[in-house]
Design a protein. Structure first.
Length: 195
């Protein structure tokens, strides 16, 4: 069953007992908060995040911000891993996720105007305070649909197609996925032993 956020899952729990898993579209910023534990309490089925992410454009500063995108995506993925089975400190109900998205989409700002598809638009389409780094943008419009890719599109063509250029987030995630649980292991303080 697909759902946006956790809306009506308490009702779905009663009306849809044969559902095997729930897929959620979630945009909560760098943290999913109580998502996994809330889902376990209201609709105890495995969850897959079918869409989540962070854009690479700072609407307040009006410039690309690759480090903040990398930071948000790394934090989101760490929570996914932490709430997957068999990690014992989490809810153990997360099957994984599909990050929005691989490549920027230059056509998204105004889909009905093909002439604009050749330009990387910087005008924000919607607001989300969970992405706090640029919520102070004009009219609080801070979500940039054309800037969610972990690879950017270059104006340079390669075999007739816009060249893909990996962003910082691409490399951050590549390192995280090599050993995702290494960054989740609690740091143990070594005690001094008196001899």
């Amino acid at each position: 069953m697909g759902n946006g956020e956790l809306i009506s899952l308490d009702t779905a729990n009663q009306a849809c007992p044969d559902v095997d898993l729930v897929a959620l579209i979630i945009y909560r910023g760098r943290s999913f908060g109580n998502l996994f534990k809330s889902l376990r309490a209201t609709f105890d089925k495995p969850v897959m995040l079918s869409e989540f992410g962070a854009d690479a454009y700072n609407a307040y500063l009006k410039k690309e911000d690759q480090p903040i995108q990398g930071f948000f995506l790394e934090e989101q993925w760490k929570e996914i891993f932490k709430n997957a089975y068999p990690y014992k400190d989490g809810a153990q109900n997360c099957l994984g996720g599909t990050m929005f998205e691989w490549s920027d989409e230059w056509w998204k700002h105004n889909e009905s105007a093909p002439d604009g598809w050749l330009a990387h638009d910087t005008e924000s389409n919607w607001s989300n305070g969970s992405y706090y780094f640029d919520i102070q943008a004009e009219r609080n419009l801070n979500m940039n649909e054309e800037w969610f890719g972990i690879v950017a599109l270059s104006e340079e063509l390669e075999n007739g197609v816009n060249k893909r250029v990996p962003r910082k987030a691409y490399y951050v995630l590549r390192e995280l996925w090599k050993d995702p649980y290494a960054k989740l292991k609690p740091k143990v303080k070594k005690s001094k032993v008196n001899k």
